[in-house]
Design a protein around this ligand. Structure first.
Ligand code: URA
Length: 219
């Protein structure tokens, strides 16, 4: 049973949103998953990182980016001079989507219907946080937040003017709609982990380089 699209309460702050999201049944992913994995971080965070969806360990622990991808992200953030405790980290979809084999649960990329159903939670998080920079980790977040035609390989590491209501058009009147937010997309830490041995160090360094751009925007 699911009911289509999340309907976050307003004016309740991050804790209130987290409590409400715990009971979300907007898409069918709630049922096989262990729990909703809401975003984590201080309400004062100036930067918000958006991943794809919780993984196996995140689903069990109820916290984003606490598995292998999270450990790699922590290391890359530290190397770029960003403190994890200062940032807010969340996902485009807040339940783990997987198929089960007898041995393990295998991640499945969320579909457009899951992104759509979950989007109001992300919008509500942005509304409370009013971040200066939003960082998309990987193609799923970038396609959902920037454009379906966004290509990480081509367009990564660039600060793009963005507004909490969507991409800022080039021809938009600056007076009427000044952008308040920068968007930047980079590789997903899991993609770095999946990179073949011989090029993994380079993929990691490229992630750190993009995170340094984020650090620069906050300076
Ligand atoms: N990958 C994600 O996109 N998000 C997490 O929280 C963990 C792994």
């Amino acid at each position: 049973e699911h009911n289509g699209v999340a309907q976050p309460p307003s004016g309740v702050g991050l804790d209130g949103l987290r409590r409400a999201a715990a009971g979300c049944k907007a898409c069918e992913l709630w049922e096989p998953a262990t729990q909703t994995v809401f975003g984590e971080g201080p309400e004062t965070a100036r930067v918000v990182f958006v991943g794809e969806q919780p993984g196996d360990q995140e689903d069990r622990k109820g916290e984003p980016f606490v598995g292998p991808a999270g450990r790699l992200l922590d290391k890359a953030l530290a190397e770029a001079g960003i403190e994890r405790r200062d940032v807010y980290i969340t996902n485009a979809v807040k339940h783990f989507r997987f198929t089960s084999t007898p041995k393990r649960r295998i991640h499945q990329t969320p579909g457009p219907e899951h992104l759509r159903a979950c989007r109001p939670w992300l919008a509500a998080e942005f509304e409370v946080l009013t971040p200066e920079v939003v960082v998309c980790l990987g193609a799923t977040a970038a396609k959902a937040l920037i454009s379906p035609s966004f290509r990480i390989t081509k367009d990564r590491g660039q600060l793009i003017p963005w507004s909490l209501h969507g991409p800022v058009e080039d021809d938009e009147d600056e007076e009427e709609a000044p952008h308040q937010t920068w968007m930047l997309a980079t590789t997903h830490p899991s993609a770095v982990l999946r990179t073949p041995d011989e090029s993994r160090a380079a993929a990691y360094d490229a992630l750190v380089a993009d995170l340094r751009v984020v650090a620069g925007a906050l300076a």
